[in-house]
Design a protein around this ligand. Structure first.
Ligand code: F6R
Length: 242
């Protein structure tokens, strides 16, 4: 595991963006695994800037997002499809038809999960998977539990996760109670994983994930079993690391 800590948010974003840019330069058809939330936004903003300067093209790339809320209309401003369009897809030359976000409104969610895994199986593996981490150690929406699912599945969001995400909604009741998420097995199939974490409120989760025991009670700790993980931290997030 390669752990890098940054004093400046600019350097954090630049380094994250450069990992994706280098990949696309060596493999324009790369398969990107993408996350939403506040952690990757500065990296996406930097990618948009670099695209505008002609430094990177996404024209032949494809993408798979980790997760999506269940029951939120796809054009709702807080749907993960809207997030991706707003922060990245609408501002770069990626072919929208090759961007994939699980459909949280599919009439048969179990079939949607199987179809998503089949697509990943057929078109994958993901070359570079971006991840954030929840304060409780979740990755994607794989919440701490006695056991974890391998494939894409529907998950009941923990109250702490709904409360953490309420900042994006008008009120807590508006935060969906379920999500579709790639499973841990699917995430770990990526060739490279880039975990992005900013802020002191994530410091304990970061320590548990990187230095604690591998346990389903901290899903991000399973990243310790992956051979190619890069972790980008700001000083707040790195605060409790030995
Ligand atoms: C989002 C996702 C989540 C977030 C995590 C951290 O697609 O998979 O695991 O990465 O909840 O969220 P932020 O970055 O908003 O703190």
């Amino acid at each position: 595991m390669n752990i890098l800590t940054f004093k400046s948010q600019e350097d954090f974003a630049e380094t994250g963006a450069n990992l994706i840019v280098s990949l696309l330069q060596s493999n324009p058809r790369a398969v990107l695994g993408l996350a939403t939330g506040s952690s990757p936004v500065t990296v996406y903003a930097r990618l948009v800037e670099m695209h505008r300067k002609g430094l990177v093209s996404f024209a032949k790339a494809s993408s798979y997002n980790l997760d999506e809320y269940v029951g939120l209309p796809v054009d709702h401003p807080q749907s993960y499809r809207s997030f991706m369009n707003e922060h990245l897809f609408n501002h770069v030359d990626i072919d929208l038809a090759r961007t994939h976000v699980p459909d949280g409104n599919a009439p048969d969610l179990a079939a949607e999960c199987l179809a998503y895994d089949r697509m990943l199986e057929d078109n994958g593996p993901v070359d570079l998977q971006i991840l954030g981490i929840g304060s409780n150690g979740h990755i994607g929406f794989n919440e701490p539990d006695a056991s974890l699912s391998s494939g894409t599945h529907v998950v009941d969001l923990l109250e702490e996760t709904r409360e953490a995400n309420a900042r994006f909604f008008d009120k807590l009741e508006d935060v969906p109670r379920q999500a579709v998420t790639m499973g841990i097995g699917g995430i770990l199939k990526a060739r490279q994983i880039v975990l992005l974490v900013r802020g002191e409120e994530k410091a304990e989760a970061v320590r548990n994930a990187l230095e604690g025991p591998i346990t389903t009670q901290c899903p991000a700790s399973l990243l310790q079993s992956h051979p190619n993980v890069v972790v980008l931290l700001d000083e707040g997030a790195a605060k409790w690391l030995k």
